[in-house]
Write a protein that binds this ligand. Structure first.
Ligand code: NAP
Ligand code: MG
Length: 407
């Protein structure tokens, strides 16, 4: 029996990417999306070849489209380095597309591991996923730094438009060294805080925020104060109603608590802490290939993607005609997340349910022991079989068809 495809009211923004994930992207669409959904999408090709052709204008257009339409799904993309400059014959070392997206959407990145029964976290007491919320603006990523070449005085100077002036000695160098200046903005910290509080309400999970305000008495203290103020003024009652809590704690203490916890909460981190801790969390839960990522702007725009990169090593094997067993889970979950969210925003129950069914079909496949190579050696208490990406996706499709009661 042919099924009537699920209809969409509003398009999602589709951002294609590079290398192995670009190959997976095509397979996922062909096998798991377009047979079931009458896909409406605004397509932007962020593959490096097209970014070069448009001098990266395509990245800005795609980001604006997400701001306009509200939901996007993105494939992993290459961030050019010296080697990529020559490999792709680039005229410019383009900025990371994710950086451009974050700057335009002013968002916070939430990363959550996909957990399955047969893959036990390294930390035995973790029972539920831990979501890391990373402030995606400023600090060390926007720092100015240089090497101090000789003896001399380093100063911190601020010249205000209305006449405030600060000048303070950082260090009287008696020998060469290094120096770095970094900043953040109240507006960005407020957006970060609001995105985190809203996300916690959505997920109905506690929110933790950690920084180092005992050492950084102005910088990190400002983060702590802004979070507290926004919580008191805008979210305290909503949190009480939802039965969840918010608290601040020192990053050292947070790490100890995270390790002892059962999971099932959101851990908000400053930019660098979030970068580093999300790798720790994903590895401890099993695999970077099982980590999803969503950028949420303070006004409720969503961009879904996998946390991993373009899996270059597998792509080169693929180009040589070898069969690859790259894990498509995080990329599939980017699609399911985006379609479910689109459904939710449009009051389209069928589309919303489709996203959940797609995830269910993935879990059914993994729980039956069918998985990609990266997961096989992690699986316990199950007879696991490694299949190629293509086979894996085809088996998910079969489960999905059955769940949707189709022949
Ligand atoms: P990567 O693509 O995440 O891959 C690193 C390694 O992790 C792989 O070689 C593979 O290990 C394993 N891995 C990652 N994802 C996997 C998957 N889905 N299935 C199976 N194994 C997986 O990181 P990278 O090699 O450092 O970066 C490659 C390119 O991706 C770079 O050009 C970088 O700029 C870009 N990148 C993009 C994003 C993004 O768009 N958000 C994020 C990070 C990196 P084995 O080789 O051992 O199998
Ligand atoms: Mg990192």
């Amino acid at each position: 029996m042919m099924m009537k495809k699920i209809q969409m009211q509003t398009p999602i923004v589709e951002l294609d990417g590079d290398e192995m994930t670009r190959i997976l992207w095509k397979m996922i669409k062909a096998e798991l999306i377009t047979p079931f959904v009458d896909l409406k999408s605004e397509y932007y090709d962020l593959g490096l070849v097209h970014r070069e052709e448009t001098k990266d204008a395509v990245t800005v257009e795609a980001s604006n489209a997400i701001a306009r339409l509200g939901v996007g799904v993105k494939c992993a993309t290459i961030t050019p380095n010296e080697q990529r400059m020559s490999e792709y014959n680039l005229s410019e070392k383009y900025k990371s597309p994710n950086g451009t997206l974050r700057a335009i959407l002013d968002g916070t990145v939430f990363r959550t591991p996909i957990c399955i029964d047969c893959i036990k976290p390294v930390v035995k007491n973790w029972k539920k996923p831990i979501t890391i919320a990373r402030h995606a603006y400023g600090d060390i990523y926007k720092a100015t730094e240089f090497r101090v070449p000789e003896k001399g005085k380093a100063e911190l100077v601020f010249t205000g438009e209305n006449g405030t002036n600060f000048r303070q000695t950082i260090y009287d160098f008696e020998c060469p060294g290094v120096i770095q200046g970094l900043y953040n903005k109240d507006n960005s910290i407020k957006s970060f805080a609001r995105s985190c509080f809203n996300y916690a309400l959505d997920a109905k999970e506690d929110l933790w925020f950690s920084a180092k305000d005992t050492i950084s008495k102005k910088y990190d203290q400002t983060f702590r104060d802004i979070f507290q103020e926004i919580f008191e003024n805008e979210f305290k009652e909503k949190f009480a109603e939802a039965g969840i809590i918010y608290f601040y704690t020192l990053i050292d203490d947070a790490i100890a608590r995270v390790i002892r916890s059962e999971g099932g909460f959101i851990w908000a981190c400053k930019n660098y802490d979030g970068d580093v801790m999300s790798d720790m969390i994903s590895t401890a839960f099993g695999s970077l290939a099982m980590m999803t990522s969503v950028l949420v702007s303070p006004d409720g725009k969503y961009e879904y993607e996998a946390a991993h990169g373009t899996v270059t090593r597998h792509y080169y094997k693929y180009l040589k005609g070898e069969e690859t067993s790259t894990n498509p889970m995080a990329t599939i979950f980017a699609w399911s997340g985006a379609l479910s969210k689109r459904g939710e925003l449009d009051g389209n129950k069928e589309l919303e349910a489709f996203g959940h069914n797609l995830e269910k079909a993935c879990f059914e496949t993994l729980n039956s022991g069918i998985m990609t190579k990266d997961l096989v050696h992690l699986a316990e208490g199950i007879e696991a079989k490694a299949v190629s990406s293509e086979e894996f996706i085809k088996i998910i499709r079969a489960h999905l068809q059955e769940d949707l009661k189709l022949d």
